[in-house]
Write a protein that binds this ligand. Structure first.
Ligand SMILES: [Zn+2]
Length: 474
């Protein structure tokens, strides 16, 4: 994955984003996920659930197809209840045909394509069918992320069937609008599962939803192959996870309202992204750290917080446990960095190596997280609780959002450091991982629930700094 921090000419002043987009309703809670109890219980197929009696053309009657069939039946049952709300009272009709194929086998025609090497799952509007590759795609998803990954992808495809039936998208809407709606409908279905209303599956609001969001992260668009108006635009990880969260938190009505204007204002996919000539992946060195520190000074200047000192020397901070790869000492207002640990995080992620990295921006976000603690200390907030972790994620999001020169949202970036949507996605990936300071308090304790971590970060990216202290008080 290409990652870049791009420096371009400073064109704007210090305007803050005020997008006016409502974020999740209500205030925060560290024991709840959008109103449901936060828990790390089991996720996956329920034992003893019957096999769904759905007809699947081409099936080999293997385990993957059984899982897929049950997923479709479960999503059908959800939409039988929820569909009338988004379709002016109309009843939901299941799709006309379900097709399983093996992309490794000799191809056959399906929806104007050939199934040979077609590693995909899709909804085909003209034939009203949902099809999936049982040979490669679904087994890979299952082995990487567990069975709920298969359910996620099929719930998304059924989301397209729903929008087609309900007419929630307009014929000339760009693909990204359709995709955002489908991810959002996936989120609303998963709420039904998380509430315990599914016959076939269960998902925990902690690790369970984390895995589902990791699937969306995995199948994100890379902005160097996709752009906002592109015919294949599914959204960045930030966009996809955001849409899922809207559906989960606010229900299918929110998804139905996703239109061109809403999606344009909210998403991070660039309109005409071209690999910039001066694009670079910044190494973790003194020069980059200075650029990042300057950018943090600029973004947080209006808060009036005294600028913390940033050093690569180890510091002693009496009575406090150190955190890595960055450490904040409240008594001296100093941030100490562990460069080799930061370099590990800055390594680009790779499916083929044992790289534990997320990319350069994920490393810089760790520094920003400790800077956010300095800002919180100056404002009189407590630094060791869970709310501190959420405020931190929100402030790192606000900082990140103010570095994107977004030709769609017409943001006014602050300072000279610039990031690309890919960089924001590195932050999302790190937040979905186990060890990151982006949503951690001064003790380095990460907010336990991934959904809450990502949500707080998203609030900051979208709405800037002010909700970070008002929404996450305490
Ligand atoms: Zn789709």
């Amino acid at each position: 994955m290409v990652s870049a921090l791009v420096c371009v000419a400073l064109v704007s002043g210090c305007a803050q984003i005020v997008s006016g987009i409502p974020t999740t309703l209500g205030s925060y809670s560290t024991t709840e996920v959008a109103g449901l109890p936060a828990a790390n219980g089991p996720s996956g197929p329920k034992t003893g659930a019957p096999d769904a009696p759905l007809k699947v053309d081409g099936t080999d009657n293997g385990e993957i197809d059984e899982l897929a069939r049950n997923a479709i039946a479960d999503v059908d049952a959800y939409w039988a209840e929820a569909f009338p709300e988004v379709a002016s009272g109309k009843e939901f009709q299941p799709v006309k045909r379900l097709v399983s194929y093996d992309s490794n086998a000799p191809g056959r025609p399906l929806c104007g394509k050939n199934t040979s090497h077609l590693v995909n799952a899709f909804y085909c509007p003209p034939e009203d069918l949902v099809a999936w590759d049982r040979g490669k795609l679904l087994p890979e998803l299952e082995s990487n992320f567990g069975p709920m990954a298969v359910v996620t992808v099929l719930a998304h495809e059924m989301g397209h069937a729903v929008q087609n039936r309900a007419g929630t998208a307009k014929p000339n809407d760009p693909v990204i609008v359709l995709e955002q709606q489908a991810d959002c409908f996936t989120g609303s279905y998963f709420r039904h599962v998380a509430e315990g209303n599914s016959q076939y599956f269960r998902v925990s609001t902690g690790t369970g939803l984390n895995e589902v969001m990791s699937v969306l992260n995995y199948i994100r668009d890379s902005p160097d192959v996709s752009n906002f108006t592109g015919g294949n635009a599914h959204g960045t990880a930030f966009d996809r996870v955001s849409a899922f969260q809207y559906g989960f938190s606010e229900g299918p009505e929110r998804c139905a309202k996703m239109d061109f204007a809403d999606v344009t204002e909210r998403t991070t996919l660039f309109q005409n992204w071209k690999p910039a000539q001066n694009e670079t992946e910044l190494p973790i060195d003194d020069k980059s750290i200075e650029a990042v520190t300057t950018s943090l000074h600029e973004v947080f200047r209006d808060t009036g917080a005294p600028e913390p000192e940033v050093t690569t020397e180890p510091i002693s901070c009496r009575g406090r446990q150190k955190t890595a790869p960055a450490d904040y000492c409240p008594a001296t207002n100093t941030i100490s960095l562990d460069l080799s640990a930061l370099r590990e995080i800055a390594q680009p992620p790779s499916k083929d190596s044992d790289s534990t990295g997320y990319g350069d921006f994920a490393a810089y976000a760790q520094i920003a997280s400790r800077y956010a603690l300095a800002v919180q200390q100056s404002a009189g907030f407590e630094l060791d609780g869970e709310a501190a972790g959420l405020r931190t994620a929100c402030m790192v999001g606000a900082w990140s959002g103010l570095l994107v020169e977004d030709p769609i949202g017409q943001r006014n970036p602050v300072g000279k450091l610039r990031v690309l949507p890919d960089d924001i996605d590195e932050g999302v990936s790190a937040l979905l991982g186990d060890e990151s300071l982006i949503a951690a308090n001064a003790r380095g304790e990460q907010v336990p629930v991934g959904f809450a971590r990502v949500e707080a970060f998203r609030v900051g990216v979208q709405d800037g700094l002010s909700p970070c202290t008002t929404k996450y008080e305490g």
